[in-house]
Design a binder for this molecule. Structure first.
Ligand code: PLP
Length: 421
């Protein structure tokens, strides 16, 4: 047997024994896993259902069409492209569809909670486009919509991005749209993180206000790793887009062309099948129970952390994640991430707003509850977890204490399956 399978088993053990607090991770169902490990991986299918550049696509056409139809039903939208290989690919396609290189964009600053693809200098978005940013207020940790408007009116970006990787509050999409309309900008929402909660109506609906919406499929949506592009009702038909050649096209056509042949070749039909399975699961009422539990667990974890003297940016959470500012504990994000890993608790170091440390060190860590909720943990477990974290942080150099916390973590996760539905 190839050694790779030993490593896969090792990783399965690691995932089973540990507490997964990485906000962008989750555990897919056995059916999603089966779809991804299927013969569909053998198939080339450049193009779209009914318009392929390869023969033998009849079956994958049905698979992709089902994925599209289920995603439309799940989010209540008119247009979906399920082909982006990742969230970053979905976002790259939006840039290609809407902008010319050198155009100006406005996104949330990476150090304030934005994503790399929202204009970071080390990413194509910051390399190929001019970037202006918005951020959060120092006192409250909440998005500063006044500053956003001021910068937008002064800088007049062609596209505004509503989205984040590390912001624990809901977004006021109507406010974004008001500002975008004042300057004639395209408004794009990247809901990669809260997509599962958005799908079940637990957070504000971006589709009423945003021209384009992208997401990953593997975070709160609990599908395979991948990306997706959507448009809210009406925008597909009403939003005429001028291509660089000066033709006016439907935005849906432009977005499809931006994904393929714009930035990708053959779609990953095995992953698209996994997306279809996950969307089917998310359409079920059980997923509403799950999504509500994710949100309740996040609130309970934030409260339990605050009760133990931790500083949570903005004082709490509306979604599945939170940022812990460790400065009052005299430890940094890097050493905390490392110590927690030794206790079988995984999370990631993360900059906090107005951080004085580098992205490699950071003053914070980010927690999310999507994965532990799939494992079956409830509100009362959140207090236990905050206790584990507190013990590790208070004894960051004490191997004995950290080993004892690891034992307690392993006990808590004992018998909790990875595939829970
Ligand atoms: N957009 C946001 C807001 C994200 O948080 C992420 C990933 O964390 C992405 C896009 C990129 O997704 P991927 O890692 O699939 O490229």
């Amino acid at each position: 047997m190839d050694i790779i399978f030993d490593l896969i088993e090792k990783e399965r053990q690691r995932q089973s024994h540990g507490l997964e607090l990485i906000a962008s991770e989750n555990f897919v169902s056995e059916n999603v896993m089966k779809a991804m490990g299927s013969v569909l991986t053998n198939k080339y299918a450049e193009g779209y259902p009914g318009k392929r550049y390869y023969g033998g696509c009849e079956v994958v056409d049905e698979v992709e069409t089902l994925a599209i139809e289920r995603a439309k039903a799940l989010f209540g939208v008119d247009y979906v492209n399920v082909q982006p290989h990742s969230g970053s690919q979905a976002n790259a396609a939006v840039y290609l569809a809407v902008l010319k290189p050198g155009d100006k964009i406005m996104g949330m600053d990476l150090s304030m909670g934005g994503h790399l693809t929202h204009g970071s200098g080390v990413n194509f978005s910051g390399i190929q486009y001019q970037v202006v940013s918005y951020g959060v207020e120092k006192e409250t940790g909440l998005i500063d919509y006044n500053q956003m408007r001021e910068v937008a009116l002064r800088e007049r970006p062609k596209m505004m991005i509503a989205g984040f990787s590390a912001y624990s509050r809901d977004l006021d999409y109507a406010k974004y749209r008001e500002i975008a309309d004042e300057i004639g900008a395209t408004l794009w929402a990247d809901i990669a993180h809260p997509a599962g909660l958005v799908a079940k109506g637990l957070l504000n609906n971006p589709f009423e206000h945003c021209h384009i919406v992208t997401t990953t499929t593997h975070k709160t949506l609990r599908g395979p790793r991948g990306g997706m592009i959507m448009m809210g009702k009406d925008f597909e038909n009403t939003y005429g887009h001028k291509t660089p050649k000066g033709e006016t096209k439907m935005m849906s056509q432009v977005l499809d062309g931006a994904v393929f042949p714009g930035i990708q070749g053959g779609p990953l039909e095995h992953v698209i099948a996994g997306k279809a399975v996950a969307f089917g699961e998310a359409l079920d009422d059980q997923f509403l129970t799950y999504a509500k539990q994710v949100q309740s667990n996040a609130k309970a974890l934030a409260k339990a952390m605050i009760d133990r003297g931790f500083d949570i940016v903005s004082g709490g959470t509306d979604n599945h994640l939170m940022l812990v500012d460790l400065r009052n504990k005299n430890v940094n994000g890097k050493e905390t991430e490392k110590a927690l890993v030794l206790a079988d608790i995984t999370c990631n170091k993360n900059m906090v707003p107005f951080d004085d440390k580098s992205p490699f060190t950071t003053s914070g860590i980010r927690f999310g509850t999507a994965a532990i909720t799939t494992r079956g943990l409830k509100e009362n477990d959140m207090d236990t977890i905050a206790g584990f974290v507190s013990e590790v942080v208070d004894n960051i150099k004490n191997e004995e204490v950290i080993t004892s916390v690891r034992k307690k973590v392993n006990e808590l996760m004992e018998g909790k399956a990875l595939f829970n539905y």
